[in-house]
Structures are given as C-alpha cells and as structure tokens.
Write a protein of this length. Sequence first.
Length: 208
Amino acid sequence: MAQYIFTMNRVSKIVPPKREILRDISLSFFPGAKIGVLGLNGSGKSTLLRIMAGVDPEFNGEARPQPGIKIGFLPQEPQLDPAKSVRGNVEEAVQVIKDTLAELDQVYAAYAEPDADFDAIAARQAELEAFIQASGGHDLDRTLEIAADALRLPDWNANSRVANAAASHCAGCCSPTPTCYYWTSPPTTWTPNRWPGSNASCTTSRAP
C-alpha cells in the first residue's frame, strides 16, 4: 500500500479563554489526493489548514507530512507585491520554471564554448529538460491563461487588491514547487463564479 503523504492524529486546538475549535481530528491521505474542507464560518477550517501547513504549531495531537515533503500554504489574505500586476504576482509562483527555462538556454549556448565539457553539459541538459517536461514548462503561457480563465481573473495588467488577491489563488494552482499545497477559501466579496472551493492538493513535481 502506498505511504500516506500526510497524517494527522487526534489533533485538538483551544484558543483563549477556553474555546475548543478543533477536537480529536484524525485524517490521512495519499499522494495525488485533492481534499476539500467544508464547514460553517468559525468552525475551524482555516485553523485546520494552518496546522497542516505547519504555520500554527500550537495544538495538541500529531500532524506530520511524509519526510522530505515540501508544503505550500495560501492564506485568505495573502501578502502580495502591490507594485506588480496580476500577471506579475501569478508568475512569482512559476519563477522556478522560468529560471529553469533560462538556464536551459544557457546550457544550449555552453555547447559552443571552446573548452565545453560536453558530458557535464548534456547531463545538466537532461535534468533541466526532465523538470520542464514534468512541470509543463514548454506550455507555461498556456497554463497561466487556462488557470486565469478558470478563476475569472481580471486583465493581466490590472493592479488592484481584488485583482491581485485573486491572482494569488491562481498562482497556487500553477506553482510546481510544493508537493503539498493548501489554500483557504477566498473572501466572498470577490469569489469568482467558478471558484473551486477550499482545497488541499498534492502534486509531485520537484525543482531540478
């Protein structure tokens, strides 16, 4: 049987003065799982995801990812660069792909150098191309367009709190770096009609 990518055992959370917002929560899920957390306002959904992401260490019980797993977390009010456009904020999530594509161009150019080590260059080229293939790097622009359309993002050049907050959730969809990615539901004042809901998604792409 495949090993669980994340396990939580009898987790409870008490906030001052003595309010218990989580009680004996146990769960586990396999790689590739997509899990939604549903509940009334104030029932502890965001707290549960913060614990799973390792953002909130103050709880009773056990919550641990599989060793070596990277975790990403997108809060309801993400910190964004107000000077950047929607596309600029979204592209932060795929910077590792953009950097890999740029390095691959440098690797191709290195073949023309007089003292080129062809074996070393070829090995690095294979590593970079494997990552780009696994992460869909050759179709990066199309991936961003599809995610933006699915989440009904404003124009790429828009620059407002609402637009960029939506962009941060799009960035979460596109990021190849975390193995486990958790995001909370966005504020209802700008929730797009096709918003997929609160979600915990596990992928397997890793940087080269």
